[in-house]
Design a protein around this ligand. Structure first.
Ligand code: 13P
Ligand code: SF4
Length: 401
């Protein structure tokens, strides 16, 4: 048996999660030196960049961006700060951004304003001559960090021992390291995002009887339930216990083996918050992200990816009301862009994703200035063998829709 009884450990990104939580509604960017008092890991950058105000950064970023022209493309995830996302040539959810990364060969440099696994995915899908840059190297993802390669390799070895080779189809959520995507590519599996999890799982069950779903148990459970799979047909794989905490018999009987991972942002959303919003506004629409716990998703009116949430709110009739269960930077933007509607975050505490939030505009300026001086700071690379197999998995996903 490959899984050992590991010492329980919590990723640093999870411990840092609540660092930026505040009771204020909005989150205007302050000079980086002032934001650095928040006790998380920050990448150190030249001191000039620490003291610029948001306005000074805006002018400098605009000028540098103009000089670089088409040699650079900036991709931005919906959770980025306003002061950063405004410079994105393309903004989207993880699915759209991964597709976009592979379709801009004219740019030599892709600056990915998002988190590490997204930049890695862009690197896997981009053309060979393109170089991918993550503005702040400490912008990881606590969910991805809950599935380290060593634990996943051990789990896979155990599962193959129990089920036999080919007895289980590995599916990983986009929010995972490239090595896990490669494992899926090598073993007949693929990748999914929050916008295509259902068709991907339907495809997976055409390939085999069981699925190992990594690393978000909530997206896996919510999607499986939507497909009619029962809760008693799912087990959670706890990487700190032998055989993930199940018996071989329980594993053989399960249809879905869900990795014990979660998003620190979306597990904050509760049924109590939904009830409170409905008590205040009986005609409210509740829309949440599928990374939320099952009870929250079941109590909501609608569930979908960040792009889905954005489309739902933007296209809703004037005067409609929206309680939203996703990261607050996106919710605040939706509220600003839809002044004729009531839009608010279900969580009464403002808790941005602490890693997405670490892409401060000063880092973006540092990246752009670097390129103007011929320097590529924070390049994200993926070893060739991992790139080949993870590309297989990603291309399988992209061919499914
Ligand atoms: P989507 O943008 O694909 O919905 O993903 C949300 C998320 O948590 C990204 O980290
Ligand atoms: Fe990771 Fe959650 Fe942040 Fe997305 S919102 S990057 S899943 S921690």
């Amino acid at each position: 048996m490959a899984t050992r009884s590991r010492r329980l450990s919590v990723p640093v990104t999870e411990l840092e999660h609540s660092a930026f939580c505040t009771t204020e509604d909005d989150l205007p960017s302050k000079p980086l030196a002032e934001e650095m008092v928040v006790n998380v890991r920050w990448q150190q950058i030249p001191s000039d960049y620490l003291h610029y105000t948001a306005e000074e950064l805006d002018i400098r970023i605009g000028a540098a961006r103009k000089k670089l022209g088409n040699s650079v493309t900036i991709l931005g995830h919906h959770y980025q700060r306003e002061e950063v996302i405004k410079y994105a040539d393309f903004q989207g959810d993880s699915f759209l951004l991964s597709r976009e990364a592979g379709s801009r060969p004219e740019a030599d440099y892709i600056i990915f304003c998002g988190v590490h696994f997204m930049a890695e995915t862009a690197c896997i899908l981009a053309a060979d001559h393109q170089r991918v840059i993550l503005p702040n190297i400490t912008a990881g993802c606590s969910m991805a960090d809950m599935a380290p390669m060593e634990d996943v390799d051990d789990a896979w070895a155990d599962l193959e021992e129990v089920m036999g080779t080919g007895g289980i189809v590995p599916i990983t959520y986009m929010n995972s390291i490239a090595g896990i995507k490669a494992l899926c590519g090598r073993n007949g599996g693929t990748v999914c995002t929050s916008s295509n999890a259902k068709p991907v799982l339907e495809w997976a069950f055409e390939q085999g009887d069981r699925v190992l779903f990594l690393p978000d148990q909530h997206l896996g459970r919510n999607t499986a339930l939507e497909m009619g799979i029962q809760l008693d047909e799912m087990v959670v794989w706890n990487p700190f216990r032998q055989l993930g905490g199940s018996t071989a018999e329980q594993l053989r009987k399960a249809k879905m083996i869900l990795w014990q991972g979660h998003c620190s942002v979306h597990t904050r959303f509760t049924v109590g918050q939904i009830n409170a919003a409905r008590a205040l506004h009986p005609d409210i629409n509740i829309v949440v992200h599928p990374e939320c716990p099952m009870e929250t998703v079941q109590a909501a009116d609608m569930v979908g990816s960040t792009e889905y949430i954005r489309e739902m709110v933007n296209s809703a009739p004037s005067g409609s009301k929206w309680g939203v269960g996703t990261e607050v930077s996106l919710v605040n933007r939706l509220a600003i862009n839809n002044p004729d509607k009531t839009v608010f975050c279900l969580d009464p505490v403002t808790c941005p994703c602490s890693t997405m939030y670490r892409i401060h505009p000063a880092y973006l300026l540092w990246m752009l200035d670097g390129l103007l001086e011929g320097k590529v700071n924070n390049e994200i690379t993926v070893p060739d063998d991992v790139k080949r197999d993870s590309k297989t998995a990603l291309e399988r996903m992209l061919s499914l829709r």
